[in-house]
Design a protein around this ligand. Structure first.
Ligand code: NDP
Length: 490
């Protein structure tokens, strides 16, 4: 036996590649027992409260205010006072200083925010650390840059702020959605009243500390917490603009409520994105993109690539590669740095996913879930893929908002476009091919606000984001994201 052979025998590759746990410490975060509403730079004692929990363990984390309509109206009045008595008249360069300060503080305290985001929302720490936090800070940096350049952003249109913005955000990217809403509003000279989702209020409440640290004038940012009733009170209140991200159902209800009131409205709603894979693509790269497209953030992503359209000739190869890759996904403790898929955000969301998955099986689709041990406490769902899916199935039509992928096939680009557009939604799409001309041909025809080519779920503050059809209207991000927060003099 040669030396090399001996060595080879001694160092056999271990059969299992188990990861040792690598939990991020919770020590960096201090969670108060009880939080009020942040209004006019002060904490107001709430009249009612509820308990917010960690979805991974169902452990209670804190008592949080459930805002009554009177408390919400009070916050709106405070925001109006701050708008009229100073903030709207401040030069853009001064507003920019505050936004830059907030951005820098978010960067400095990013680990603290990331841990809290994962604790309260259930998302893996590597995502809150590497995606949510850097992007949230980047939004403040980006809009800080516009604050003193509005005249250049909209030449000859004499922009001025609209007033008080009421902002209602969901639970899938709590701090990031806050940044998407607050940064452009403040850059444009407005003041805000924001309500985080009922299940994920804690990073918005920690953000109030950042607002104080940045010495933002009192009343410019006000945060009220609570369930949908508090959101409804914001919509009914004396605000000039409403920015909403959430379900299509609630978005439609808000649209009806606001109609004829003169309040401005932008809606960023659900999606059922098509991720389209052609036979000439780099297959392994596409598999990574598919996994990122649907299993990122447990699939709690409005632009998730939840419908996979595969060119028929590569269907079997691709599905095999995908299943092999799914076996390597680690589901578990969101605070473990090795975790790929964390906890489902709430019991209600878990039940919704379970119901739609059961419907998929009943309708005749073939289900695959890799073997994985789910924790006993908390809300969990294994990564799932359905093959043999017909376009009419509920899993191909309805937004599941969980780690569940439906695979469908096509033969020609025209068929891919037709099937991809066969949805009430129109938020995003992905195309995987080596041909640039085909990417452009497809992108022109897909009815989706964002089209990614040979990548998926990429975000940048300079790039506008928003939907067609039941995915809503208005754009967030980029110069476009300033427009809903501005009026233009004739
Ligand atoms: P909602 O649309 O109910 O929640 C979004 C935000 O609106 C939350 O802050 C919510 O408060 C608030 N809200 C609820 N009802 C009203 C109302 N009548 N008036 C004003 N604001 C209101 O989404 P859910 O959390 O119920 O999720 C349901 C489904 O919506 C998901 O399964 C998913 O399909 C979709 N969704 C889409 C999102 C997206 O990014 N496009 C984000 C979240 C959900 P509260 O949290 O207290 O309910």
């Amino acid at each position: 036996m040669t030396e090399l052979e001996k060595k080879g025998k001694a160092a056999l590759v271990p059969s299992g590649w188990d990861y040792a746990p690598a939990p991020e410490s919770r020590e960096i975060v201090r969670i108060d027992e009880r939080y009020g509403h942040f209004v006019g730079g002060e904490w107001l004692e709430p009249r009612e409260t509820y308990t917010t929990i960690a979805p991974a363990s169902e452990e209670p984390l804190a008592e949080v205010g459930q805002a009554t309509p009177e408390e919400v109206y009070g916050a709106i009045a405070t925001a109006r006072e701050a708008f009229e008595n100073g903030w709207s008249g401040l030069p853009g360069s001064e507003r920019a200083k505050y936004l830059f300060r907030i951005a820098r503080i978010l960067q400095e305290r990013s680990r603290e925010f990331a841990v809290l985001e994962s604790l309260n929302g259930g998302k893996p720490i590597k995502e809150s650390r590497d995606v949510d936090l850097p992007l949230a800070a980047a939004h403040f940096f980006y809009y800080a840059g516009w604050a003193d350049k509005l005249e250049y952003a909209f030449p000859n249109r004499r922009p001025r702020p609209v007033g008080v913005a009421g902002q209602i955000i969901p639970w899938n990217f709590p701090l990031l959605m806050l940044a998407w809403k607050i940064a452009p509003a403040l850059a444009a000279g407005n003041t805000v009243v924001l309500k985080p989702a009922e299940t994920t209020p804690l990073t918005a409440l920690l953000f109030c500390d950042v607002v104080r640290q940045a010495e933002l004038p009192a009343g410019v940012v006000n945060i009220v917490t609570g369930d949908g009733r508090a959101g409804a009170a914001i919509v009914e209140g004396d605000v000039d603009k409403i920015a909403f991200t959430g379900s299509t159902e609630v978005g439609k209800a808000i649209g009806r409520e606001v109609a004829g009131s003169g309040k401005r409205l932008t809606l960023e709603l659900g999606g059922k994105a098509a991720n389209i894979v052609f036979d000439d693509c780099a297959l392994d790269q596409a598999v990574e993109g598919i996994v990122n497209g649907i299993y990122f953030n447990q699939g709690h992503v409005c632009c998730a690539g939840s419908r996979l359209f595969v060119q028929e000739s590569i269907h079997d190869d691709l599905v095999e590669k995908l299943k092999r890759r799914m076996k390597t996904l680690r589901v578990g403790d969101p605070l473990d740095k090795n975790t790929d898929i964390g906890a489902i955000n709430s019991r209600a969301q878990l039940e919704k996913i379970q119901e739609l998955v059961a419907a998929g099986e009943e309708e005749g689709a073939e289900i695959y879930q890799p073997p994985c041990k789910l924790p006993e406490r908390g809300y969990w769902f294994a990564p799932t893929v359905f093959t043999n899916v017909a376009q009419s199935y509920r899993i191909a039509q309805e937004e599941i908002f969980g780690p569940v992928l439906s695979v469908l096939t096509f033969r020609t680009p025209a068929e891919a476009v037709e099937k991809a557009n066969n949805t009430p939604y129109g938020l995003s799409a992905g195309i995987w091919t080596e041909k640039g001309s085909r990417i452009l041909w497809m992108a022109e025809r897909l009815r989706a606000g964002v089209v990614w080519a040979n990548t998926f779920n990429r975000f940048d503050p300079a790039s506008p984001f928003g939907g067609y059809k039941e995915s809503g209207f208005g754009r967030e991000g980029g110069r476009h994201g300033l427009e809903p927060y501005l009026e233009f003099e004739p």
